[in-house]
Design a protein around this ligand. Structure first.
Ligand SMILES: Nc1ncnc2c1ncn2[C@@H]1O[C@H](COP(=O)(O)O)[C@@H](OP(=O)(O)O)[C@H]1O
Ligand SMILES: [Mg+2]
Ligand SMILES: [Mg+2]
Ligand SMILES: [Mg+2]
Length: 323
């Protein structure tokens, strides 16, 4: 399989979804409502999920899709205004969309894991999006529990040319690339294979509750890191590692969230992008991430992404720090 049809569609729909996110950010600054678990969600999260699912329904109607969002929340009478804004935003992208279409497209993301399925996060890093920092429109194709194709549209990612906005894309066996969000030639990307820890950067979430910083600092000290950690919201962290701007990323479950597992859509595209750029991604015990079990990475404990050459040393350091 060379996945050319999947790649073309994926690029088209993440670009369209990212445009919707940028539009929403310019108009209402990403005003949020709260989900049942108290996490924030915006008009852009729902709108982007509708755009992504609509494209997948058209292109690959038999593939199940597992997306983060669900339209049930929008039935609440007090959210009628939010629902209307979502519909209008989707209609700007797809003028023929009816209100029912939009709700059905969002709910298309309630699919189940199969031999082949797509998983998507319409905005990963919603808190980053609301703050005006990094976020990513994330889409991945999984077959046999392994990520085969991953795309991340990162509208706020700083570029070498001084502009902002990158798309990262990788297909298993075909390498990883980046291209400007507004289009242009894809360029191959590689991890930075440096291994002197004094000159390496760890990268972590801006949200301190998403990974255990106590363990991370202990690991930094053990490895002799001197630069400290870069901070970035969302799956854009995987892009930073894949293009050599950071060297490792640990996601260490906090003791107060013991037993909480990572969502498949928070990692899937990042795995293939980092691996195809020459890096490595496992859980904190060195096991490959298993995307065959459901919406969570239930067979894994945390996540470690590295440039590859330092992977075993970081794993050894993590094991010394009782994770
Ligand atoms: N306690 C926790 N531990 C790990 N991940 C968490 C978490 N609480 C929220 N998240 C996830 O962290 C993601 C953001 O990642 P990051 O912290 O790297 O920016 C969120 O994705 P969404 O923003 O799509 O909801 C959410 O799924
Ligand atoms: Mg997410
Ligand atoms: Mg999200
Ligand atoms: Mg969320």
């Amino acid at each position: 399989m060379n996945y050319q049809a999947e790649k073309e569609l994926a690029l088209k729909i993440v670009t369209e979804a990212a445009k919707l996110c940028q539009r929403v950010q310019q108009t209402d600054g990403g005003k949020a409502v709260k989900k049942a678990d108290t996490s924030p969600v915006t008009v852009a999260d729902f709108g982007a999920q509708a755009i992504l699912c609509q494209g997948l329904i058209e292109g690959f109607p038999h593939d199940p899709v597992i997306g983060e969002e669900d339209a049930t929340l929008l039935q609440q009478p007090e959210l009628a205004g939010v629902r209307q804004q979502i519909i209008e935003q989707v209609q700007e992208s797809i003028p023929t969309a009816t209100p029912d279409n939009v709700i059905d497209w969002i709910n298309w993301g309630n699919g189940e894991v199969a031999q082949r399925y797509w998983t998507l996060d319409p905005i990963d890093g919603t808190r980053g999006f609301i703050r005006g920092n990094q976020y990513a429109v994330a889409l991945a194709l999984v077959e046999g529990g392994e990520v085969k194709l991953g795309v991340l549209a990162c509208p706020a990612f700083p570029r070498e040319d001084g502009g902002k906005g990158l798309i990262f894309l990788a297909i298993r066996g075909q390498g990883a690339t980046e291209m400007p969000l507004e289009g242009g030639n894809p360029l191959p990307i590689r991890v930075d294979p440096s291994f002197n820890f004094e000159q390496l950067y760890r990268i972590e979430s801006i949200e301190s509750s998403h990974s255990d910083r106590g363990v991370q600092s202990a690991v930094d000290r053990h490895l002799g890191l001197t630069y400290g950690a870069k901070q970035m919201d969302s799956l854009a962290k995987y892009g930073a590692i894949a293009k050599g701007e950071a060297h490792f990323y640990t996601r260490v479950p906090l003791p107060q969230f013991k037993g909480k597992k990572e969502n498949i859509w928070d990692h899937a595209p990042g795995v293939v992008i980092v691996e195809e750029a020459g890096g490595k991604v496992t859980d904190l015990e060195g096991k490959p991430l298993d995307f065959s079990v459901g919406t969570k990475l239930s067979n894994n404990h945390g996540v470690l992404a590295t440039n590859g050459v330092i992977h075993s040393q970081v794993l050894a350091a993590l094991s010394k720090n009782w994770v």
